[in-house]
Design a protein around this ligand. Structure first.
Ligand code: ATP
Ligand code: MG
Length: 471
């Protein structure tokens, strides 16, 4: 049977609460009743000893009982609910306190009867009905002159005050039991709601996401760290899935666009030829060739990316001087930049020897530099740097071109992704260059990062761990 988290927590709290209440009550009940009983018995014994001493004293003083002392003994006997009798050595009764003590038995029976089932029920093992007698000798000049008989019901331990005390204690126990129970119930309900309700909201968000609504977010305010983290993770997941979904849609339309352009050109040209509008000539076929070349490059690039992304591609590694290699690549680009009045400079740490795939390096730099060239504007400047930093070999390509907006920045390494400005610029390109660059960098154990500000420029930075590429 499935049970909700809220109910489970409440039930758990409740069982723990009742359990601990019962255990605490039993322990305190047993201890208090034992101590109380001991106290009452001690009190009773002290009382009897005092009476014996008093009777012995007044007997020895008067050689018998004066009227005054008899009255005082009867008063004591009645007050303490005792039977007191004094006998001489031959067994004749000299004095007796009468039957007033008997009343106590009746009073006790009625009082104890109603209490048997209460929490202090433990005290009921003092037999209320049993009558006991104690004998004490009266001595004078070291010889026994008589006997004092003191009789009482077991219940005479309990004065009405002590019974009231016990009853009050019992009531306090019961009241505190219920107050704690109600308080505990309220707290457990509140706590379990606090845990269960944000979880319910998170579950609802996850269900909405499952149904395809990726725009939902769980906006919960919760001071439980784990639940807050769970909500953040779910929101992050929703955001990532939403981005992926948008990217997938954009990828399909971009891909269709990239393929459609050359196909449309080819189609219109061929139609014109068929309709006899155009004569087949070398120039016409040259256009066909260029479009077909564009298409086959696109397909090749796509194939290369998927090959690169498959694990375990074979690298053709060799040892070479990275510093002079980068200088050479930049040199080959200089004429292209100079033609457009752009400036390309270098800042290269000499003699960095590496062990990596040289062709890959060439392609990486080719892609970055042709991008920089494509997206430069008047007074365009590019700087290529090579240096070592914190155990890494770092290559940087920095330009002061059009820059990339914050919105586009996370996607520029995705297939076919091109910012709207670069589309407007009509600079050609299919949006695969950086995807290939990233795959090549990662295949050689490196990492590529980009920093850019729209209108200010872009800086790509590639880091290779020194321990991987320097031998
Ligand atoms: P391809 O490289 O396939 O010919 P592309 O240059 O448009 O086409 P990528 O090299 O992958 O594609 O770059 C993706 C997008 O990133 C570009 O369309 C452009 O919007 C942006 N971008 C890349 N480099 C720069 C740069 N240096 N300055 C400004 N934007 C850039
Ligand atoms: Mg490019």
């Amino acid at each position: 049977m499935k049970i909700t988290l809220g109910k489970k927590l409440s039930l758990g709290f409740l069982i723990a609460l009742i359990g601990s209440l019962i255990i605490t009550s039993i322990i305190s009940n047993v201890r208090i009743s034992n101590e109380f009983k001991k106290y009452l018995v001690d009190e009773h014994n002290t009382k009897i000893n005092e009476i014996v001493k008093f009777i012995e004293g007044s007997y020895n003083k008067n050689n018998g009982f004066s009227n005054d002392s008899q009255e005082s003994i009867v008063r004591n006997a009645n007050m303490d609910e005792l039977y007191i009798e004094v006998r001489d050595n031959s067994g004749n009764t000299l004095f007796s306190s009468g039957t007033a003590y008997m009343q106590h038995k009746n009073m006790m029976n009625s009082m104890m009867g109603g209490r048997k089932s209460s929490m202090m029920g433990d005290l009921s093992n003092i037999n209320t009905g049993e009558y006991k007698e104690e004998k004490h000798e009266i001595t004078k000049d070291n010889s026994v002159v008589g006997t004092i008989i003191i009789g009482y019901y077991g219940s005479s331990y309990f004065s009405s005050n002590s019974l009231t005390f016990i009853n009050n204690l019992n009531q306090s126990f019961i009241i505190s039991f219920f107050i704690t129970l109600i308080l505990g119930l309220l707290i457990s309900f509140f706590l379990s709601r606090q845990i269960a309700s944000p979880l319910e909201k998170i579950t609802k968000t996850a269900s909405d996401m499952r149904r395809g609504n990726l725009g939902v977010r769980s906006n919960i305010k919760c001071n439980t760290k784990e639940i807050e983290e769970l909500a953040c993770s779910i929101n992050y997941l929703a955001e990532t899935l939403q981005n992926q979904e948008e990217l997938r849609k954009r990828l399909t339309s971009d891909m269709a666009h990239e393929i459609r352009t050359p196909l449309t050109t080819l189609k219109t040209h061929v139609e014109a030829l068929i309709d006899g509008i155009w004569e087949p000539s070398k120039e016409r076929f040259q256009v066909f060739y260029e479009e077909l070349d564009r298409l086959s490059k696109l397909v090749n690039n796509l194939r290369n990316i998927s090959k690169l992304e498959q694990a375990g591609i074979t690298l053709n590694k060799s040892k070479f001087d990275l510093s002079s290699e980068i200088t050479n690549i930049v040199d080959t680009f200089k004429p292209i930049f100079m033609k457009q009045n752009y400036l390309i400079t270098t800042e290269i740490t000499e003699k960095i020897i590496v062990y990596m795939d040289k062709d890959n390096l060439k392609q990486i730099l080719y892609n970055l530099l042709s991008n920089a060239n494509k997206y430069l504007e008047i007074n365009g400047r590019v700087k290529v740097s090579l240096f070592e930093s914190r155990g890494y070999i770092v290559i940087e390509v920095e330009d002061n071109g059009i820059g990339i907006s914050e919105k586009d920045l996370p996607y520029i390494f995705e297939r076919f992704y091109r910012s709207d400005i670069s589309r407007d610029k009509n600079s050609g390109g299919s949006g695969l260059g950086l995807t290939i660059t990233k795959s090549l960098v990662e295949a050689n154990g490196g990492k590529i990062q980009v920093k850019s500000k729209i209108g200010e420029g872009t800086a790509f930075s590639i880091e290779f761990p020194k321990k991987d590429i320097c031998m």
